[in-house]
Design a binder for this molecule. Structure first.
Ligand SMILES: CC(C)(COP(=O)(O)OP(=O)(O)OC[C@H]1O[C@@H](n2cnc3c(N)ncnc32)[C@H](O)[C@@H]1OP(=O)(O)O)[C@@H](O)C(=O)NCCC(=O)NCCS
Length: 137
């Protein structure tokens, strides 16, 4: 399949939500909150997209300073084209947009837990998460 990859090409909220719905990530993102999804696109910093013709079939959406750290928040490949190397290529191209030495980190969805070690990610045992200020003690 002929896939074209683009860096920071603007996509609409509907395109992004549509792609997420074509993956198990759809159930894990607030698709009904249009302001949130639009904000995720507006402030992402780095968006690599994969296209089959004019159809969006994959995306890697990151928040990054480009030099030190890159948080890969959403990696999604449409179920119709999974297992063809697109997910790995989206990560390769994310690195391609970063300065050498800039690290990618992420939180894995349960369905992708075996994917990341397979393509070379290492598990970090010191990751910490706080979901809101009300959790601050
Ligand atoms: C996870 C995901 C992005 C992988 O994209 P993909 O294009 O299917 O992956 P690739 O084709 O690049 O896979 C690279 C390798 O990993 C393997 N792989 C893909 N998904 C896997 C999974 N969930 N578990 C284990 N291995 C996986 C592939 O078989 C391939 O192996 P190979 O090189 O031996 O052939 C895609 O399946 C997806 O969108 N899943 C649903 C959303 C999701 O969970 N995203 C991650 C959120 S953190």
């Amino acid at each position: 399949m002929d896939i074209q990859y683009l860096v920071n090409r603007p996509i609409t909220e509907a395109q992004f939500a549509g792609l997420l719905q074509e993956t198990t990530l759809g159930a894990r993102r607030p698709l009904e909150n249009h302001e949130c999804i639009q904000g995720m696109l507006d402030h992402a910093g780095l968006l690599i997209t994969a296209w089959s013709g004019d159809k969006l079939v994959g995306a890697a959406r990151s928040v990054t300073d480009f030099h030190y750290c890159c948080y890969l928040s959403d990696l999604a490949v449409s179920e119709s084209v999974q297992a063809q190397g697109i997910g790995k290529e989206l990560i390769r191209r994310t690195f391609g947009a970063l300065k050498p030495g800039c690290k990618i980190f992420l939180l894995s969805a349960p369905q992708a837990e075996a994917f990341y070690p397979k393509i070379g990610f290492t598990r970090h045992h010191s990751a910490w998460l706080m979901s809101g200020v009300e959790e601050l003690r």
